[in-house]
Design a binder for this molecule. Structure first.
Ligand code: PEP
Ligand code: MG
Length: 574
């Protein structure tokens, strides 16, 4: 992350969360409390320990109280922080520091710092929890000193909040009518600040080096899509940003146009769903169908396999919501490392991501697979959606043949496979001679290409679908789809990244499927580029050395395309 100065102004760079833009004046978080003195305590250890107990109890109660006023991730984060405050190992560490003569403040400061450093050393997801612990430490020290907890400044006017690393407790309770945007010096894209900002749709840049030089009253443009903070913008930059804010608000409120590129090329935008209950919200967000129905989500807590009738009822509900011939892609049960199904794969495996999962476990329990196909065929016969059925974690042509033949035996019209394993991507041309379509699961494809368990925080940095190795494999599948005239969808999280979505189309994806909340931003992003430009952006990404370089290079190239009006660009960048 960097600071750049051009002729016009200074631009800070960080990780943008979401796609929004905000224009406003800066208000900084109050400075962290000074480090408590390391002079020996004048109180007895007994007295100091009692002070710590009281302060910790007050902080934990405050965090729990805040947790009870919010929902979802915010509540989980605050609950987790209240538990950190009362952690017994930490309490023992603080007590032993008091026994060796420290004041309560100093013992808390030192004890929490040791645990914070241990988390930081672990890196990844655990490393990003270090900020949560720092916040608890500051709150306990403030309580010991009888000071108010450090927190968000109060203002009558809307402002852009600038902080070192906003505490989760503060992010959770931000007053969204006042906070236009958020900029932090620390934190990564999976820090709690980022997670909560995403959940609350706050325009945010985290890890913005140089943000400490921002002062109260500075005017800034926070551009989450570009990952930039522009200080003291020119009048032109300001009006361009305000135009984008209006354009996005209009797109997000309209939201029901079919997905298409600037030159009119249709890219149907579909929803990822885990139950029929989500259908209404998906349709309201403009989903043109369903690109991934995760059937295993319906039966995760069942000990016995679901019956045909039980399944049929669910599928009829889903297909009825997308009647009138809309496409619904149902994936057969995908039991695996992250989603064990007791009735399919109960045995212990040392490396479950590489084990009997997806189609492999269904094949080992073929009666369950046959019952599912029966239920799907019966639901299809009773409804008028366009049902497509696919298998997860297919790694060979033989498996493709097995599944498509079985599906056709049950009268299913359109039978395809997911491409989630590099072997399937590399043989996509032959797989598509057999299957009716391919749907790329970029979550697993990234995990298997970079050999990084998607559940493991310590290797989370590898789990980035912008990596050119992943993109090259996607390009193989796209090319095979174009050569065979068969559809290639994307249904992993990558499709929900608006700029990456354009690259995926450039690599040959014909549809994109994502969680409904992402549809509006992706729709807006596709409309900015022609097919020729999407292909050119894909080339740019493929030519990069790594994921971060690909993202940066595509951002820079994309900015150049969007500065001229779309209709003039139809012939460019073939
Ligand atoms: C994927 O792997 O990208 C995918 C869509 O499947 P899941 O996330 O359910 O494994
Ligand atoms: Mg998968």
């Amino acid at each position: 992350m960097s600071i750049q100065t051009n002729d016009e102004n200074t631009v800070l760079r960080g990780a943008g969360i979401g796609q929004g833009v905000a224009v406003g004046t800066v208000l900084r978080m109050s400075a962290p409390l000074p480090e408590p003195s390391d002079q020996p305590s004048s109180r007895t250890p007994h007295e100091e320990k009692a002070r710590v107990r009281e302060a910790v109890a007050a902080v934990a109660a405050d965090l729990r109280e805040r947790a009870s006023t919010v929902e979802g991730t915010a509540a989980d984060v605050l609950e987790a922080q209240s538990m950190m405050a009362e952690d017994s190992t930490l309490a023992d560490d603080v007590a032993s520091r008091i026994d060796s003569g420290r004041t309560a403040e100093r013992a808390v400061f030192e004890g929490f710092a040791v645990f914070r450093d241990m988390l930081k050393d672990l890196g990844g997801y655990m490393g990003e929890r270090a900020g949560d612990l720092d916040d608890v430490s500051q709150r306990v020290v403030a309580a010991l000193q009888g000071q108010p907890a450090p927190g968000v400044p109060q203002s009558d006017q809307p402002f852009v909040l600038v902080a070192h690393d906003l505490a989760p407790a503060d992010t959770a309770l931000l007053d969204l009518t006042k906070v236009l945007g958020l900029v932090t010096t620390e934190g990564g894209p999976t820090s709690h600040t980022a997670i909560l900002a995403r959940e609350k749709s706050i325009v945010a840049i985290v890890g913005a080096a140089g943000a400490e030089r921002l002062s109260d009253g500075d005017e800034v443009i926070v551009d989450a899509a570009a990952g930039t903070v522009t200080i003291s913008p020119t009048e032109d930059q300001r009006s361009a940003a305000l135009r984008r804010i209006e354009e996005r608000a209009a797109a997000l409120s309209g939201g029901v146009e079919p997905g298409a590129l600037a030159d009119g090329t249709a890219i149907p935008l579909l929803a990822n769903l885990g139950s029929a209950e989500g259908a209404e919200a998906a349709l309201a967000a403009g989903a043109e169908g369903v690109g991934l129905f995760r059937t295993e989500f319906l039966f995760l807590d069942q000990r016995m396999a679901p019956t045909v009738e039980q399944q049929r009822e669910q599928y009829v509900k889903l297909l009825s919501a997308f009647g009138g011939g809309r496409k619904v892609v149902v994936r057969v049960l995908d039991a695996g490392a992250d989603k064990p199904l007791e009735f399919l794969n109960d045995a212990h495996e040392d490396n479950p991501a590489l084990g009997l999962r997806g189609l492999r476990s269904l094949r080992a329990n073929e009666d369950i697979l046959r019952e599912q196909l029966t239920a799907l065929a019966e639901a299809d016969a009773r409804t008028d959606a366009d049902l497509w059925v696919m298998a997860p974690m297919v790694s060979t042509i033989e498996e493709t043949r097995y599944f498509t033949e079985l599906g056709r035996e049950y009268g299913l019209k359109t039978v395809g496979v997911m491409v989630e394993v590099p072997s399937a991507a590399l043989l996509a041309d032959r797989i598509l001679q057999v299957a009716d379509f391919a749907s790329i699961g970029t979550n697993d494809l990234t995990q298997y290409t970079l050999a990084a368990d998607r559940l493991l925080g310590s290797v989370a940095g590898f789990q980035d679908p912008w990596h050119p190795a992943v993109l090259r494999l996607i390009g193989e599948v796209g090319a095979a789809g174009a050569a065979s005239g068969k559809p290639v969808g994307i249904c992993g999280e990558a499709a929900a990244d608006p700029l990456l979505a354009v690259v995926l189309v450039g690599l040959g994806a014909t549809t994109l499927s994502m969680s409904p909340a992402a549809l509006a931003d992706v729709r807006l992003s596709l409309k900015r580029y022609t097919l020729g430009e999407a292909r050119s952006l894909a080339e740019t990404a493929l030519a990069a050395d790594g994921a971060a370089e690909a993202r940066e290079a595509v951002r820079a190239a994309a900015d150049r395309f969007t500065t001229s009006p779309a209709p003039d660009r139809n012939e460019t960048a073939q």
